[in-house]
Design a protein around this ligand. Structure first.
Ligand SMILES: [Ca+2]
Ligand SMILES: [Ca+2]
Ligand SMILES: [Ca+2]
Length: 212
């Protein structure tokens, strides 16, 4: 059997030390990249959007919203939250056991102040959608409701507005309707997803009510 010379042994040891830490380092770097710099595909623009500061809002969304894409403390909706001291429940503590915050049947919570239909509702005219939501003790989800959902929940992709009624009447015979796709959390279209449609169209929609 051929002997390993001291020079060859030294070379193998150096090679081993060099390889192992570099592989480990590469894995750590890869993990950091995937956790901090997540990217998503925006179908409206046909581009991949990157979140450089890891605050869950892609750079493009932050650029549109006017926040700093390199500062994780600065993001759309930051600083607008109600102070915790103002959020005390109004129900006396003696009634603990009754929920102070709840959503009605058929609705789910989207952030701390909104409840919205669990499923998209069957297509109908804007006028009928108003009546059906009132029957369900709610309203057709408005621009403000959906904007709140996009900023205050992670349900964005489940409430893609394109082609759906948005419950704001904006003129004689005209209602808002969605004209952009929101396909991932904090899509660049979370502020400008509304267009104008004739209220006689038949469109899907969601109902919403305030979450007290
Ligand atoms: Ca960001
Ligand atoms: Ca930011
Ligand atoms: Ca989009």
């Amino acid at each position: 059997m051929k002997r390993i010379t001291p020079i060859l042994l030294s070379f193998l040891l150096i090679l081993g030390f060099w390889l192992i830490p570099n592989n480990a380092l590469a894995q750590v770097e890869s993990d950091m990249m995937s956790s901090q710099f997540s990217s998503s595909f925006d179908t409206d623009r046909g581009i991949e959007v990157l979140d450089s500061d890891g605050d869950s809002f892609p750079d493009l969304t932050e650029s549109i919203e006017g926040t700093n894409p390199l500062d994780p403390q600065d993001y759309p909706g930051a600083g607008l939250e109600v102070e915790k001291s103002l959020e005390k429940p109004s129900v006396p503590s003696a009634r603990v056991g009754f929920p102070t915050t709840f959503c009605r049947s058929g609705y789910r919570a989207a952030g701390s102040r909104l409840c919205i239909s669990t499923n998209v509702l069957n297509a109908t005219t804007a006028g009928n959608a108003d009546v059906f939501c009132r029957d369900r003790r709610g309203r057709v989800a408005t621009y403000g409701d959906l904007r709140y959902l996009y900023l205050r929940s992670s349900l964005d992709s489940a409430y893609n507005p394109r082609g759906r009624w948005i419950g704001n009447q904006v003129g004689d015979d005209d209602y808002l309707c969605g004209n952009r796709d929101i396909t991932f959390n904090n899509d660049p279209d979370i502020s400008n997803f509304d267009g104008v449609c004739s209220r006689g169209d038949r469109r899907n929609y969601w109902c919403a009510h305030d979450r007290e």
